[in-house]
Write a new protein. Structure first.
Length: 367
């Protein structure tokens, strides 16, 4: 049974969202192994490959945000929804921490749980809010451009990425862990969407050659990073300050190619589409749960380190197993949160509060 065309068009982005979230899960499972593995270990090349392959997730998220938001009006209720979802998990996390890890309860943890966005408990959420605040200005500017100017600015942005990575980070990208970098990715994603809207032929993009080209460039970017990582393993400057960064130029290029590869993926199977939408709707919650400070310090940082001693085949098997298990388990946890929000009519409450605040603001403005 085929789905409607407008549904088919959106499925590629949702698949990409799932892939990016899975990359983040795998990166978090792998991080403690990566930080402790010896360069002489038989699994060292595999650990490095896994770690570098997972760095694309955050960049893809930034590109998706720009791509889907360029034609949208940023509404106040969007901020409330993000804040309530985050605060829900931080409060639950604080309660669980009090019950099972009382020795870890501190003034700092309480502040991080009660004010997660302003304290930067989740760097990505704080940076994401920063992007949303400036997105109306970015959207107005990008929407005013013609196709030629979009392409010129896109080339300039790529040049900025190359300069920041190879020469000097004068644009404050900070390894990719801040609003500046997410704003940059937002602009790239928005420009790609704008160019697509103006002159892009969906049928030409679906050609096998272009798909293979995007896939090949993505694969080459992973391999180039991996080779540099192995080659410069003993040179701290290259490893820590150049390769292992979200703003790595190779990772940016690979992210853009993977992004383009999936934006036009067609899903015409109803069951497959339902599964995709089921998991894609939980991706933000999956991220929030796994990086709560106590969960991170007690589970993520300790649970998987034994994989250092299991050998290459078992390492790959368990890495995939634990990453998949984490993704699915946390997805169902977030589905429970969604049911609770629906039962408590949280979205309706957000809509009412947002409308009242907007009306009040307008009244103040015109008095």
């Amino acid at each position: 049974m085929e789905l409607k065309n407008n549904v088919i068009k959106k499925s590629g982005i949702e698949i990409l969202r799932i892939i990016a979230t899975f990359m983040i899960c795998m990166g978090h499972v792998n991080i403690s192994i990566y930080c402790n593995v010896s360069e002489n270990s038989s699994i060292y090349p595999y650990v490095c490959f896994a770690e570098l392959a997972c760095l694309y997730g955050v960049n893809i998220y930034g590109l998706i945000t720009g791509y889907v938001s360029i034609s949208k009006q940023i509404k106040l209720k969007r901020f409330f929804r993000i804040w309530l979802e985050v605060i829900f998990y931080t409060i639950i996390g604080l309660i669980i921490s009090y019950l099972f890890f009382p020795e870890l309860i501190s003034k700092e943890l309480i502040l991080q749980s009660l004010f997660p966005i302003s304290t930067g408990t989740y760097w990505y959420v704080t940076a994401y809010i920063g992007v949303l605040l400036v997105s109306p200005i970015l959207n107005t500017f990008i929407n005013s451009l013609n196709c030629k100017m979009c392409k010129i600015i896109l080339v300039i942005l790529m040049g900025i990425a190359v300069y920041s990575f190879f020469v000097r980070d004068i644009y404050g990208f900070g390894w990719g862990y801040n609003s500046n970098r997410l704003i940059y990715l937002y602009c790239v994603g928005a420009l790609l969407k704008k160019i697509e809207n103006i002159q892009f032929d969906i049928h030409s993009f679906n050609s096998i050659r272009i798909k293979w080209g995007c896939g090949l460039i993505y694969g080459l970017s992973v391999i180039c990073n991996w080779i540099m990582k192995i080659k410069y393993a003993n040179e701290k400057y290259y490893v820590n300050d150049r390769i292992q960064r979200y703003d790595n130029t190779f990772i940016l290029i690979g992210s853009v190619c993977l992004f383009l590869l999936f934006t036009k993926v067609n899903i015409n199977n109803k069951l497959a589409y339902k599964l995709i939408t089921f998991f894609s709707s939980t991706c933000f919650g999956i991220y929030i749960i796994q990086v709560y400070p106590v969960y991170w310090s007690q589970i993520i940082s300790k649970r998987y380190i034994y994989l250092l001693d299991v050998g290459r085949v078992k390492y790959v098997f368990y890495l995939l197993l634990y990453s998949t298990t984490m993704f699915i388990f946390l997805a169902f946890i977030d589905k429970i949160r969604q049911v609770i929000f629906t039962y408590c009519r949280v979205n309706e409450l957000i809509d009412k509060v947002s409308k009242k605040l907007i009306i009040k603001f307008k009244n103040i403005r015109y008095t």
